[in-house]
Design a protein around this ligand. Structure first.
Ligand SMILES: [Zn+2]
Length: 289
């Protein structure tokens, strides 16, 4: 598994760092002064910086010095993620805007009445003067156009070169591990771990093998939103008493504690009943005034 974050210990001080926020030069210097470790909780396996031979060492990644030093249940231990290695397929890079637009479009597509959808399709047909143009085509077209810039949330522009396409899945299996995917369904429950991570499960039979996971990656990218996840929970609890609550979310399919999850990265990577977390925070601020 790719180490997107590693533990860094220097002068007995420990911190978790997001690898992509550092230059190779910085990481090399840090390695001289301290030590890098596996980011998994309680794991003491040392990791080291390795230069990528594929591109003449222009990029680098972390690798365990000895895989046997990972603790038994560590997600990064090779035995625990064989499947991941096989399937990881960097199919491009993804920006924050792109993910937000893609999730928004999925939510719209999922919740818009079919009649209205037909109507839009026909309108588009007339406009384009051609018979094709599914919602997906249309989305990809706009996504490409509007996301030429923006913070890269996943992937590496210099390696992947192209912008990825976020695939919609009705069902997610372990074959999708390492893929950027989006799903939509009715929420069955929202849980928080003792570390504050959020897990969302679906009522839909087809999505009952997977949870949406809002954890350390989301936290690093969006500390403010992460600290206010309680608003999402409250919004859901209140609304769920009256109606079904629908969620669209997009992120990276992965394993977490031996469960299949879609780990979210971008601020706008989930929408509950058409609202992003930024929207919920805004509503809250207005109401408080
Ligand atoms: Zn480990």
């Amino acid at each position: 598994m790719k180490y997107e974050q590693v533990k860094y210990i220097k002068d007995d001080k420990e911190k978790m760092i997001q690898v992509r926020l550092y230059s190779i030069a910085q990481l090399e210097e840090m390695e001289q002064e301290g030590e890098f470790y596996c980011p998994f909780k309680n794991c003491k396996a040392k990791v080291c910086l390795v230069h990528n031979s594929k591109n003449g060492g222009r990029t680098a990644f972390f690798k365990a010095v000895d895989d046997a030093f990972h603790i038994e249940n560590c997600d990064y231990k090779i035995d625990n993620y064989k499947e991941v290695v096989k399937r990881v397929n960097a199919s491009g890079y993804f920006t924050e805007e792109q993910i937000t637009a893609s999730v928004r479009s999925l939510y719209k597509d999922y919740t818009m009445p079919i009649e209205e959808k037909e109507e839009q399709k026909n309108k588009r047909k007339r406009k384009n003067g051609k018979g094709k143009g599914t919602a997906e085509d249309n989305e990809n077209a706009t996504t490409r156009k509007t996301t030429s810039s923006g913070r890269i949330i996943y992937g590496d522009e210099t390696i992947d070169g192209i912008k990825g396409i976020m695939r919609r899945r009705y069902q997610v299996t372990s074959n999708d591990i390492g893929q950027m995917t989006k799903v939509c369904g009715v929420i069955s429950k929202i849980e928080r771990s003792k570390y504050g991570e959020m897990f969302v499960s679906f009522k839909d039979q087809r999505l009952n093998n997977i949870k949406i996971f809002i954890g350390p990656v989301y936290q690093t990218n969006n500390p403010t939103e992460y600290s206010r996840l309680g608003i999402v929970e409250e919004y859901y609890e209140t609304l769920a008493k009256k109606q079904e609550v629908r969620l669209a979310a997009g992120g990276l399919v992965n394993f977490h504690n031996k469960e299949l999850v879609i780990e979210l990265q971008a601020k706008g990577s989930f929408m509950i009943e058409g609202k992003t977390i930024m929207g919920l925070i805004r509503d809250r601020t207005v109401n408080e005034k």
